[in-house]
Design a protein around this ligand. Structure first.
Ligand code: MLT
Length: 387
């Protein structure tokens, strides 16, 4: 018999959002008439804009013609899409040759762990998106938690962070919904330079940022090109959670210790593990980045405002201004207890903060993804919450 990969024993038995689904089942069984509202996983709910749908249609029709048929594309992704990402999202900070199109930020996180290889020291924010933890453990790497608490404005205390090979850093941060300032990112870059670390900057929620003073990309900060990879996504900005389309940026200046460009190895790895994102999805991405205004984030930010208005009345609530998440403090009880109480009193499914890491204990994350009617109903139910 083949021995089991021992790293699986390091993982929780279920992925966070599967565990939530499991925990809601007994309640649903006992309360079959309860109309549950899901404010747990950050999954988009609104239809994709007609403009993008037309992009998909054009791509599909072309695939059915002799002249328009395409097989495998360029391993790095459609050159037009890469050009648009460089021009529209990075506005000249990044060249199209540094853009790699992917099937989403989560998949890139997994592949980047393979790029770095096993037995590394990887620092992650605590709390953090669970895929950072799981992929780190699966690679048998050492985990360093960087506590992000209200006391430190949810930004890690870098003086207490030991040297590490890789820092997985998300801003706007999932789950605390805080956005790192330019000054904070400058400190992170200095830390990475001093410790010869690579930062993987996850900007999946950048399209929610409304304050022009807040950085949407780490490359807005001087020195980032020598120390940072960035991953981005179309999932939340234009509703592609099911379509699957994202990207990574690996600047030319980023080198491994022996002088090998990181970009060279990333290209090599992508060519082996991945045959590129769907060409139909990429055409949708091209349409999303032309001149039509297709950003879906304004709708979800209004949802966040509605929920925040209610939750603010009774609880200490963070986020919602530049993020689709609210990070709400429910002191004196565990996150899972609060989850159960909110489920039984308000019939709302949330995400317990401790599921994102030990520093999430005592918090609940509310997602503002949902259609307006359900969000308004959730807000009404939350006014009666007694916790
Ligand atoms: C979440 O935290 O809800 C995630 O963003 C879902 C995902 O994108 O994988």
């Amino acid at each position: 018999m083949v021995t089991r990969n021992k790293n699986f024993t390091r993982l929780n038995s279920g992925y966070l959002f599967s565990e939530i689904q499991k925990r809601k089942q007994p309640f649903q069984k006992e309360n079959p008439d309860a109309k549950l509202i899901s404010l747990d996983i950050g999954d988009t709910t609104e239809p994709i804009s007609e403009h993008i749908i037309n992009g998909f249609k054009t791509a599909s029709v072309k695939l059915g013609t002799a002249e328009g048929y395409l097989g495998y594309g360029h391993p790095q992704g459609d050159p037009i899409l890469r050009q648009r990402i460089a021009d529209k999202i990075y506005k000249g900070f990044i060249q199209p040759e540094e853009v790699f199109i992917s099937d989403g930020a989560k998949c890139d996180i997994g592949r980047l762990q393979m790029l770095f290889g096993p037995d590394r020291t990887i620092a992650i924010q605590d709390p953090a998106y669970p895929a950072y933890l799981d992929t780190t453990l699966l690679m048998n790497s050492n985990l360093v938690y960087m506590p992000c608490l209200s006391e430190n404005d949810f930004f890690p205390d870098l003086e207490k962070t030991p040297p590490c090979d890789v820092i997985l850093f998300c801003s706007p941060h999932n789950p605390t919904a805080t956005v790192a300032t330019k000054e904070q990112l400058q400190k992170l870059i200095e830390f990475a330079k001093a410790n010869s670390s690579i930062i993987v900057f996850d900007s999946a929620y950048a399209a929610f940022i409304r304050d022009p003073q807040l950085p949407k990309s780490i490359y807005e900060i001087e020195g980032a090109r020598e120390v940072a990879i960035e991953i981005g996504s179309f999932s939340k900005s234009v509703g592609f959670t099911g379509v699957r389309l994202g990207w990574s940026i690996v600047p030319e200046e980023l080198l491994f210790e022996d002088g090998t460009p990181v970009k060279q190895d990333w290209y090599r790895l992508i060519s082996t593990f991945f045959n590129g994102a769907s060409n139909i999805a990429q055409m949708g991405g091209i349409s999303a980045l032309d001149d039509a205004d297709v950003n879906a984030t304004t709708f979800y930010l209004e949802n966040a405002r509605i929920l925040k208005q209610t939750l603010d009345q009774k609880y200490t609530t963070y986020g919602g201004d530049h993020s689709p998440y609210l990070w709400v403090h429910f002191p004196n009880r565990s996150s899972w207890d609060s989850f159960e109480e909110i489920l039984s009193q308000a019939h709302i499914i949330t995400t317990p903060g401790s599921g994102f890491g030990p520093s999430g204990e005592g918090f609940i994350r509310f997602s503002a993804f949902g259609n307006r009617e359900k969000i308004e109903e959730a807000a009404r139910r939350l006014t009666k919450l007694s916790l």
